[in-house]
Write a protein that binds this ligand. Structure first.
Ligand code: SF4
Length: 782
């Protein structure tokens, strides 16, 4: 039943993406607002403060929120255009029920009856675990908690996971293994105090733009910045030392830097002895990673490996920051642990200007992984396989421990189980796996095999197109709640407007399904705050302790950092002060890491590395940002970034159509010849669906611990294509009138295709610095 009812073009015509634009003259012309609502950006984990301007129950613009300490009024391109997702012509305004030739609007009773009947039918026929749930890391803490409880208590299924499985889980696992807690160690206000900063695998300037300001402030204070990445990203261009690592070799590089630190005795013996365990094993493990050997593995010149160790070793204070670039690997956890080894060995953690952090990608990348919507987790960051944790939560929820499901399948495994016929039904919320999972053909085949699929979404996503029922949910600005930013600061989202027409607040949909399943007594929530109050009590005494956090305290303090075990506790901006870690003995753990190659390395048949990532104007699977005209204009369609040396070898020029093929699939896109990438690697941004999806070719191989897929490295072959550049189906599908799913009116005119096509794509971003850095690599590679 999950086969698509009609073509992509028809979907786009009816449900978008269409492009929403600001009024002629800019958003300021929309008049005096009825109110300004202090809330937060709906996109990345920086969670910038913003004031949404509301007029006639529509978000019509924004004002800076200068008092909010994280961004002090600053916003990135996505932040200043985020208001255009509201009052959008594509907004789903009522539940949609699948018919033989498409979807029709339905009443809530009909749609929810269909959902509940199918949950019951599938669970009675195939067992409880045959119905699965998928959540998201853009959900509030309250919804993340609700999803976990709904799965275990409402449905009794083990199979719930979330899209953070594609994002934060390697970092989370590494943090827990090393520190006994999964949270960034420092408030970002520590960054400007550091004298050396390593940024590895993080395109900070495009993915977390406002965080760039903290790095620049550090540089203004005299810090040296070292950036490690296969691409010379914008932040790399301002670095003191750029290490263009060969894709998939990150742990080897960290071992190599630590080797030099050990050799020069730039390690903190006192700290290691007092506060850590197992350094000897690490010292032994890095002994063979001489600069020469490390250079052979990583492609980074030996002199620059030594230089990195010198800069880090001689600094009095230092921070190491990383993101998905080192985490999206089959050894993502090992990469994270190799970074932590460097920080611990030099004792640079737990004091001002000294620390470590993983930068969360999604708006609630931190909180979304704390409250129980992961397959292996219970509220308060508890472990679903730990008997004591199970008993604590079973007692708190008022159920028998034996009735609490065991660990379920992770997101990618869950799709494999659908393909194998083990899972028959699915309910998803804020997750678009058709775009975001690797090996898109397998994802599509899984969706087509489901007996029943329901999606809760504010817009028709590429995945929701496969649904039997689409439940019109809420946008971030249409609900109350909390999120936890990349520092560990719990902040308030405030409702700016109500959901339009017959759309509903997400969590109320879940609660109503639970009620119809006869489980309403377990979900007695009238307000989001009721859920927050319950989740904070549930977290008490757990690894993630929110017990002392209330809406009032968040309001008063512009955020409260967890752990916060009681209402008198001030919160904990900086972890590990005094060298006190969260393992039972108070000590951090070193982990000896031996480099191993990626699951798929280059060879004679597929000789080029492919890596994927984001561009500044788009966000994740693009369900929101591919509908915002000015953001699409900045980067209208994915392009294959390719170095001039490789391009010359293949006879490719910027604008040519190139064919990229891996063992799993292929795609054809325009080339963008840039000097900002290694000559052995191409880069494709992943925000687009269908035949423009980078995930047609990416590798589904998983990290054995975190179960994150290896998005950041696979092997491809590239050739110039004779096929004419593809017409942008999304842009050409844009129209000047609202869709058939139209809302009353939009103040935003939609530009014509001709107007939009006059806007130039991003240009070549070459820099002399990269020429120097990568030139060396080229010479070495002959
Ligand atoms: Fe939004 Fe992140 Fe940009 Fe801030 S940096 S405005 S949170 S996308």
């Amino acid at each position: 039943m999950a086969l698509l009812p009609f073509s992509e073009e028809t979907f786009i015509d009816r449900y978008g993406p269409h492009l929403n634009y600001e009024p002629v003259g800019g958003w300021q012309v929309s008049g005096t607002p009825d109110r300004l609502v202090k809330t937060h950006c709906c996109f990345c984990g920086v969670q910038c403060g913003i004031q949404l301007k509301v007029r006639d129950e529509k978000v019509v613009g924004f004002e800076p929120w200068a008092d909010f300490p994280v961004n002090q009024g600053k916003l990135c391109p996505k932040g200043v255009k985020r208001y255009l997702q509201n009052n959008h012509p594509d907004r789903l305004l009522a539940p949609l029920v699948r018919t033989h030739d498409g979807f029709r609007a339905a009443e809530w009773d009909e749609a929810l009856t269909k959902v509940v009947d199918n949950i019951r039918r599938i669970q009675q026929t195939y067992g409880k675990d045959a119905f699965a749930l998928l959540g998201g890391a853009s959900l509030t803490n309250e919804k993340a908690y609700l999803m976990g409880k709904f799965a275990r208590v409402g449905l009794g299924t083990a199979n719930i996971d979330y899209n953070g499985r594609l994002c934060m889980v390697s970092a989370g696992a590494g943090n827990k293994m090393a520190f006994g807690i999964d949270r960034a160690a420092n408030p970002w206000s520590d960054i400007p105090l550091a004298k050396c900063i390593i940024v590895t695998g993080s395109n900070v300037g495009e993915c977390f733009p406002i965080l760039t300001d903290y790095l620049w402030r550090a540089r203004d204070n005299g810090a040296k910045l070292i950036v490690i990445d296969p691409r010379m990203t914008p932040i790399a261009r301002t670095s003191d030392l750029f290490l263009p690592v060969r894709p998939g070799r990150d742990s080897a590089l960290m071992n190599g830097i630590l080797h030099v630190l050990v050799e020069r005795d730039w390690i903190d013996h006192e700290f290691i002895a007092a506060h850590t365990v197992d350094f000897d094993k690490v010292r032994e493990a890095v002994a063979t990673y001489t600069p020469r050997h490390t250079a052979e593995i990583t492609g980074v010149p030996a002199a620059n490996i030594i230089k990195a160790a010198e800069v880090w070793g001689e600094a009095q204070t230092s921070m190491l920051l990383h993101a998905r670039g080192i985490e999206h690997h089959t050894k993502g956890v090992e990469n994270v642990l190799s970074c932590i080894n460097l920080v611990l060995a030099t004792g640079r953690i737990g004091r001002p200007g000294c620390g470590y952090g993983t930068i969360t990608g999604q708006g609630n990348g931190q909180g979304g992984r704390e409250h129980g919507q992961r397959c292996n987790q219970l509220p308060g960051g508890r472990d679903i396989e730990n008997p004591r944790h199970r008993q604590e939560i079973a007692t708190f929820w008022g159920i028998e421990e034996k009735d609490l499901p065991q660990k379920g399948l992770t997101a990618v495994e869950l799709f494999d189980a659908i393909n194998e016929g083990k899972i028959k039904g699915l309910l998803s919320i804020s997750f678009n796996p058709m775009v975001s999972l690797p090996h898109a053909a397998l994802t599509r085949s899984a969706l087509e095999k489901l007996e029943f699929y329901a999606a809760i979404e504010p817009f028709m996503s590429e995945t929701a197109r496969h649904a039997d029922v689409v439940l019109a949910g809420s946008l971030q600005e249409e609900d109350e709640g909390t999120v936890t930013n990349g520092e560990g600061r719990v902040i308030r989202l405030r409702r700016s407007v109500n959901p339009p027409a017959n759309a509903r607040v997400d969590w109320q949909i879940i609660v109503e399904i639970a009620r119809r399943l006869g489980k309403g007594a377990f979900f007695p929530y009238a307000r989001a705050e009721d859920m927050f109050s319950e989740l904070s009590r549930a977290s008490a005494g757990g690894p993630v302790d929110y017990a002392g956090i209330t809406y009032e305290r968040i309001e008063e303090n512009k955020g409260v950092f967890w752990p916060c075990p009681n209402t008198k506790h001030p919160g904990t901006p900086r972890l590990f002060e005094g060298g006190k870690f969260m393992h039972p003995d108070g000590k951090a753990r070193f982990h000896a890491i031996q480099y191993r190659p990626p699951a798929e390395d280059v060879d004679a048949d597929y000789p080029i590395f492919m890596t994927s990532g984001r561009v500044v104007s788009q966000y994740l699977s693009g369900t929101q940002t591919r509908r915002i005209g000015p953001l699409v204009d900045q980067y209208p369609t994915p392009q294959v970034e390719i170095h001039p040396i490789l391009a010359h070898k293949l006879g490719i020029k910027s604008g040519d159509t190139v064919h990229v093929e891996s063992r799993r699939g292929e795609l054809t896109l325009p080339a963008l010849v840039v000097k900002t990438i290694r000559p052995d690697t191409i880069f494709i941004p992943y925000h687009w669906p269908g035949d423009r999806s980078a995930n047609r070719v990416t590798n589904r191989a998983l990290d054995p611990i975190s179960k994150i897929p290896e998005f950041k490295v696979c092997a491809v072959r590239v050739s110039k294509s004779t096929v004419a550049p593809r017409v942008d189906v999304i842009a050409s599908g844009a129209r000047q009138s609202p869709s058939t799913n139209e809302i009353a009116s939009s103040p935003e005119p939609v530009l014509s295709v001709a107007q939009r096509s006059r806007r130039a794509p991003r240009n070549d971003r070459s820099l002399p610095l990269l020429r120097r850095a990568i030139g060396h690599v080229t010479e070495r590679r002959g």
